[in-house]
Design a protein around this ligand. Structure first.
Ligand code: WTA
Length: 590
C-alpha cells in the first residue's frame, strides 16, 4: 500500500487536509483540516448511466440500479430529511431489508451530514427500540415489509412497536404495499417525489458518518462511531488492495448492509470506486442451496465475497455448484469467521474450479475495514490463515504481558499505532472507547486470539471475550442472558457458545428457574423476539444453580465444554463444583 495520503488523494476533497494524522493516543484525527462528503464521492462523481447495483429479488425479479438513480433518490431523500428538520450531526435510524433504497438512505444521510445508524432488519423490535433510544434518532427509515424465504417479514409492525410513544417519525418504503401509515409516517415515494434534491455538504474529515451497534460484553451493544475521511480512505484502499476491481467486473458481497461488512464493502467502498455489484434480497438457500450459484451465474459474478457459514451451508447441502456456469469468477473472498481448511479447499475447488485465489480477510466493526489479508499475488495463502497485516497497519500477536508471542503460539491480537478506518469513538461512552486500549503507549486490543507463523501470517482462533460468533454475527452472551432473565420464571441465566459444524457456533442457555419456572420454548421465543432470530438458542436447560467462581463470575467456558460434550477441565476454582454435575444432568435431559 502506498502512503495513506496518496490513497486519500484518490478521493475528491472539497478542502485538502492540513495534516495526514494527528495522533494523541488513543485519539486519532485522520486528514485533519480536510473536508469531504461520502455521498458526493459515492454518487456525484460517478457516471450516472453506469449500473451500480444489479438487484435480484427473492421472487426472481431483477432491477438494474444506475448511479444516476441512486443519486436522484439519495439527494431527494436528503432534501426530504432536511424538510423534516434533520441536520448535521442528527441521527437517523435505518431498518430496511436488502433493497436499493438501503444504500440510498445511508447516502442521503451522509449527504447532509446526518449520522445514520442502520439496524439489521433481522433484529427484533426491542433491539431497534434500544438502538433508536441510545442514538437519539428522531427519524426512522423502514419498509412496509421484506421477503425472506418466501415469507413476508412485517417490518413496519416491528418499527411501530419500536417507536411507540417516542415521537420518532417514520419514512416507509413501499415494498409489498400492505402497511397502513400512522400520523407521523410518510411514504418514501411521496417524500422523494415532493422534495428538491439536496446538495452534498462539505464536512470535516472527522465528522461522524455512522453509528453501528455491535455486541460487547454487556447487555447493551456498543454504538461504534466512525468518521468520514479516514474511514473512506481505509475502506476504498483495502477494497482495491483485496479485489482490485477492473472494468467489466461484477462484484458480489453477500453481506447485508445491516452489518459492518455491508457498510464498508457493499455501500461505501464499491460505490466510491464506481464498481458494479449484485445485491440479492433474500436467503442464499431459498428455494434451495443452488440459489447462490444461480445468482452468480445469471449475473456473471467475477468476484464473490462471502462468509464461512455460507460456504459450509453450501457444502452441507450436498448440491455442488459445478452444474452452474461459474466460469466468470476470478476471485473469492471470505470474512467474519475462521475459514477452516476444509471450507477453504471446497471454496477454491468446487466454487472457483481451482483457478480462483481464495482470500481471507480479518477485521472488525471497530476497525472499519480489512486489517489482515493476503491480496492475490501478495504472498502464498495458507488455508486457515487470514493472511498478513495490511501494509501500513501494525497488527501483532502478543502474550499476556504484551510481548510478541512466539511463532506458532496462541496470543491476543493487538494493533500498535492507528489506521485510517479506526472508529472515532463509542457513542455516548468515553469509557467504553477507552476500554479498548491498554499499555503505555496504549495499544488497541482486538479481543481475538490468534497465532502467527514464521512467515508472518496470522491465524484467527476466535474471541477471547464473552462474545459469540454465530453464523458470522457477533452476539454478546450478556445480551442473551439479560433477555432470558427478563422472563418472570427465570432467576438468572448463562449463555455460551457450542461448536456448530455449519454456523461456527450455536447458543446454549442455562437458566435457573424461580416462581412458576419457564418452558424452554418460551425462552427461545423471547430471544428470537427481543434479540433477533439469529440469536435463537439451540439448547435451553433448566438448572438449579450456575457454576460460578468464588467472586461470582459465571464460568461460561465450563458450560460451553459440557454442552459440546467435552471435558470441562479444571473446576477447582468454582464456588460450588456440584453445579457442574447439575448442568451435565440437565443437558442429558434437554
Ligand atoms: C471475527 C466483521 C476469523 C473475529 C467484519 C472478529 C474473523 C469479529 C474474521 C468481528 C476472519 C472477522 N477470520 N474471524 N477472517 N473476520 N472475524 O465486528 O472474531 O461483525 O473479532 O466484523 O469477527 O466481527 P464484526
Amino acid at each position: 500500500m502506498p502512503g495513506w495520503g496518496e490513497e486519500a488523494g484518490r478521493l475528491k476533497w472539497s478542502r485538502r487536509w492540513d495534516a495526514e494524522l494527528e495522533w494523541d493516543p488513543p485519539a486519532a484525527r485522520w486528514f485533519a483540516g480536510g473536508q469531504i462528503n461520502a455521498s458526493y464521492n459515492a454518487l456525484d462523481v460517478q457516471d450516472p448511466s453506469r449500473t451500480a447495483i444489479i438487484w435480484e429479488g427473492e421472487d426472481g425479479s431483477v432491477r438494474r440500479i444506475t448511479y444516476g438513480w441512486l443519486l436522484d433518490q439519495a439527494s431527494r431523500l436528503a432534501g426530504g430529511l432536511l424538510s423534516m428538520g434533520v441536520g448535521r450531526g442528527d441521527r437517523v435510524a435505518i431498518y430496511l431489508p436488502m433493497i436499493p433504497e438501503l444504500p440510498a438512505a445511508m447516502l442521503a444521510c451522509a449527504r447532509i451530514g446526518a449520522v445514520h445508524t442502520v439496524v439489521f432488519s433481522g433484529l427484533g423490535a426491542a433491539s431497534l427500540r434500544s438502538r433508536i433510544a441510545d442514538s437519539g434518532a428522531r427519524v426512522l427509515v423502514t419498509a412496509d415489509a421484506g421477503y425472506r424465504r418466501g415469507a413476508r417479514i412485517r417490518l413496519k409492525e416491528a418499527a411501530d412497536e419500536a417507536v411507540r410513544g417516542t415521537g420518532v417519525r417514520t419514512i416507509v418504503v413501499r415494498r409489498t404495499g400492505d402497511a397502513s401509515l400512522g400520523p407521523g409516517d410518510t411514504w418514501w415515494d411521496d417524500l422523494v417525489s415532493g422534495s428538491a434534491p439536496a446538495d452534498p455538504v462539505p464536512l470535516e474529515s472527522c465528522h461522524p458518518l455512522f453509528i453501528l451497534y455491535t455486541s460487547g460484553t454487556t447487555g447493551m451493544p456498543k454504538g461504534i462511531l466512525h468518521g468520514t475521511g479516514g474511514y473512506l480512505v481505509h475502506a476504498c484502499s483495502t477494497f482495491r488492495l483485496a479485489f482490485g476491481t477492473r472494468p467489466g467486473d461484477i462484484y458480489w458481497c453477500t453481506a447485508d448492509p445491516g452489518w459492518v461488512t455491508g457498510h464498508s464493502y457493499v455501500v461505501y467502498a464499491p460505490l466510491c470506486c464506481g464498481a458494479t455489484q449484485v445485491m440479492y434480497e433474500g436467503a442464499p438457500d431459498h428455494p434451495d442451496a443452488s440459489r447462490m450459484w444461480q445468482v452468480a451465474e445469471r449475473h456473471g459474478v467475477t468476484i464473490l465475497y462471502t462468509t464461512p457459514t455460507a460456504i459450509r451451508m453450501q457444502m452441507a447441502s450436498g448440491i455442488l455448484p459445478g452444474s452452474h456456469d461459474l466460469s466468470a469468477l476470478r476471485l473469492l473472498g471470505s470474512v467474519g469467521e475462521p475459514l477452516g481448511a476444509p471450507a477453504w479447499a471446497w471454496y477454491r475447488d468446487e466454487v472457483g474450479g481451482g483457478r480462483c485465489p481464495v482470500i481471507d480477510t480479518w477485521w472488525q466493526t471497530e476497525t472499519g475495514g480489512m486489517m489482515v489479508v493476503d491480496p492475490p499475488g501478495g504472498g502464498t495463502p495458507e488455508p486457515g490463515y487470514a493472511g498478513r497485516p495490511v501494509p501500513g497497519i501494525d497488527v501483532r500477536v502478543v502474550d499476556d504481558g504484551g510481548r510478541p508471542a512466539p511463532d506458532g503460539e496462541r496470543g491476543r491480537i493487538v494493533v500498535s499505532g492507528t489506521w485510517p478506518g479506526m472508529m472515532i469513538g463509542v457513542w455516548g461512552s468515553e469509557e467504553r472507547y477507552a476500554s479498548y486500549w491498554s499499555g503505555d503507549p496504549p495499544v488497541y486490543q482486538a479481543g481475538d486470539y490468534a497465532v502467527r507463523d514464521a512467515e508472518g501470517r496470522i491465524r484467527i482462533l476466535g474471541r477471547a471475550d464473552d462474545v459469540l460468533n454465530v453464523a458470522g454475527h457477533r452476539i454478546g452472551t450478556a445480551e442473551i442472558e439479560a433477555c432470558a432473565a427478563s422472563h418472570p420464571g427465570v432467576a438468572e441465566a448463562a449463555a455460551c457458545g457450542v461448536p456448530d459444524p455449519v454456523r461456527g457456533q450455536s447458543i446454549a442457555v442455562f437458566a435457573v428457574p424461580r416462581g412458576g419456572g419457564f418452558e424452554p420454548g418460551e425462552i427461545r421465543s423471547l430471544v428470537r423476539r427481543d434479540v433477533g432470530p439469529v440469536a435463537s438458542p439451540r439448547i435451553v436447560c433448566s438448572v438449579p444453580r450456575l457454576p460460578k467462581t468464588r467472586s461470582g463470575k459465571i464460568m461460561r467456558r465450563i458450560l460451553g465444554a459440557l454442552a459440546a460434550g467435552s471435558d470441562p477441565g479444571d473446576t477447582s476454582t468454582l464456588e460450588d463444583p456440584g453445579a457442574v454435575e447439575d448442568a451435565a444432568r440437565a443437558l442429558r435431559g434437554a
